[in-house]
Design a protein around this ligand. Structure first.
Ligand code: MSP
Length: 511
């Protein structure tokens, strides 16, 4: 069985889970659910990033020990993911012993390869990004603070600090050519393509060595050869992808899972994932991951959501409005993956009413109602080459290609195309006006079969709803246990199963 190892970023525990974190995690969850339908052995990893200055400062501000502080927040991420139907197989915390083992091993390998060296550095640092910036990357200081600040972080627009330290440096500058060659040999390694061009641009504009340790910080993994230094937060964080796959602990397990098939990330962390990370791995003699899927940001009033801007939207508040699957569907379908999306309450309610209440919900209830009134409550067998068979075949082909390219919005557009075709099939034939008999059976048999296929195709996005529809069609077992392509082939609905109506799946919401 082929294996599929997918990861999300690990989230800083200085913040509560918000819709931006949920976005990346839901996309990864839906794509990995699709790969489970393909019959692959999936390992889906998420977790929390618990070291570094940012977390140390947040803990200090709360008057807490950083470990106790992290122990309080990490379970909130795990609980948020559980309530959003996220089916992760593992949850890594960077404070776990298995992670310390992997970081120590990776550092030692890069050090032994001669790519980590002691050096002196003075630079401008944004604690919130946990990154140094060069003068040309910074925004000019605000005259309002008397020109005191050395410049503003381009992401947070807050003053950076000047840090001066004797640090160990990773010689990233040595990897420019090797990285360009790797990307040239692996076209499509970053999706969507325009995000790949951003990464190549960063490499071509010249790579600077980066510091991998701090002496000014205590909250992190000590360097194995010089424990007065602790590991820089990004070197530490990126290694989580290896830790959870057995690196530094179980070489057989590691060989089975690595290279990872895809790292899902946000556009803000391209440099770390698509430039630093493959270079670190090359230095240590480890194959880079196969692919990076880069999402845009969900913006609120054109600003990135964050605690300090006060524009945080909590996923669970939206679940109260549109339900778990309503929220999942919205983030997957509304924004073409890779682009920024502007989040609004009107937008989420509008999508819910149009696509879920009117299209999918309406189709399910119509099919069940007419099967009840005209076919004695038993779903008829589909015709061999019914008028919807072609529409189903195209939807399956388009959805398969789109999930493979990590374009959930297109996969769902293809799936909803089949829903619309099935609703149109009912409207044209108006089986509710006909007398029971072979003609009505033919129309309804095809509609039930199309809905069965829709249910499988939609299940990565709407896992709970898909299971409810599956059961209403009288189908046994779990929709998640179906296999693509075998079970989405036309004509698999056996006929004669009891179809039940049930309460509306998506009651309309007043805008
Ligand atoms: N801890 C680092 C990642 C280390 S991965 C080895 C980090 N954490 S974070 O919690 O600040 O953000 C992680 C990711 O959350 C971002 O890269 C992005 O994928 C996602 N998002 C955070 N805010 C977001 C939005 N407003 N919109 C969409 N995604 C956003 O960076």
């Amino acid at each position: 069985m082929s294996r599929y190892y997918a990861t999300t970023p690990i989230y800083y525990v200085n913040d509560e889970p918000h819709i931006g974190h949920a976005y990346t995690t839901i996309v990864a969850d839906a794509v990995t659910r699709w790969h489970r339908l393909l019959g692959e052995d999936v390992k889906f990893l998420t977790g929390t990033d618990e070291h570094g200055l940012k977390v140390q400062q947040a803990a200090a501000a709360a008057g807490m020990d950083p470990q106790v502080f992290a122990d309080g927040i990490a379970p909130r991420f795990a609980a948020a993911w559980e309530s959003l139907g996220i089916a992760n197989d593992d949850f890594i915390r960077t404070t776990e012993p298995r992670h310390y083992a992997a970081v120590t091993e990776l550092l030692q390998r890069c050090y032994d390869a001669g790519d980590i060296e002691l050096d002196h550095y003075r630079g401008k640092y944004c604690v919130r990004c946990e990154a140094y910036y060069t003068d040309d990357e910074l925004l000019p200081a605000n005259p309002a603070d008397g020109g005191q600040s050395p410049g503003l972080c381009p992401i947070h627009k807050t003053p950076v600090d000047v840090l001066e330290e004797e640090n160990y440096f990773f010689r990233l500058s040595r990897f420019e050519q090797r990285l360009l060659e790797w990307y040239a040999a692996h076209p499509g390694a970053i999706v969507p393509e325009f995000r790949g061009n951003e990464a190549l641009g960063l490499i071509r504009s010249g790579l600077k060595d980066f510091s991998v340790s701090r002496t000014s910080l205590t909250w992190g993994v000590p360097l194995p050869w010089d424990p007065a230094h602790v590991t820089y937060v990004w070197f530490d964080a990126l290694t989580n992808y290896l830790s959870a796959a057995g690196f530094g602990r179980d070489e057989t397990e590691f060989a089975g899972w690595w290279p990872a098939d895809v790292h899902f990330i946000g556009k803000d962390i391209i440099r770390f994932h698509c430039v630093y990370w493959p270079a670190m791995l090359m230095s240590a003699g480890i194959e880079p991951p196969r692919r990076y899927a880069v999402g845009g940001w969900l913006l609120v009033d054109n600003e990135k959501m964050s605690k300090s801007t006060g524009n945080v939207v909590k996923p669970l508040d939206l679940v109260d409005v549109v339900g778990v699957d309503g929220l999942r569907y919205y983030v997957l379908a509304d924004t073409p993956y890779g682009n920024d999306g502007d989040f609004t309450l009107d937008g989420i309610v509008g999508r819910y009413n149009a696509d879920l209440a009117n299209n999918l919900g309406n189709l399910t209830s119509r099919v069940a109602t007419v099967v009840g009134s005209k076919c004695g409550g038993h779903g008829p067998r589909p015709s061999t080459e019914g008028p919807l068979a072609g529409a189903a075949e195209s939807a399956v082909a388009a959805a398969t290609a789109a999930w493979d390219e990590i374009a959930p919005h297109r996969a769902l557009e293809a799936t909803w195309g089949l829903i619309r075709a099935t609703n149109a099939h009912l409207e044209v034939n108006e089986p509710w006006k006909s007398e029971p008999g072979p003609e009505v059976e033919r129309v309804l048999g095809d509609a039930v079969e199309a809905l069965r296929i829709v249910t499988i195709l939609a299940s990565p996005a709407l896992p709970a709803t898909a299971q409810r529809i599956w059961e209403r069609l009288g189908l046994p077992g779990a929709v998640a246990d179906q296999r693509v392509p075998a079970d989405v082939a036309w004509g698999r609905y056996p006929g004669g199963l009891t179809v039940t109506k049930g309460a509306p799946l998506f009651p309309r919401i007043k805008p």
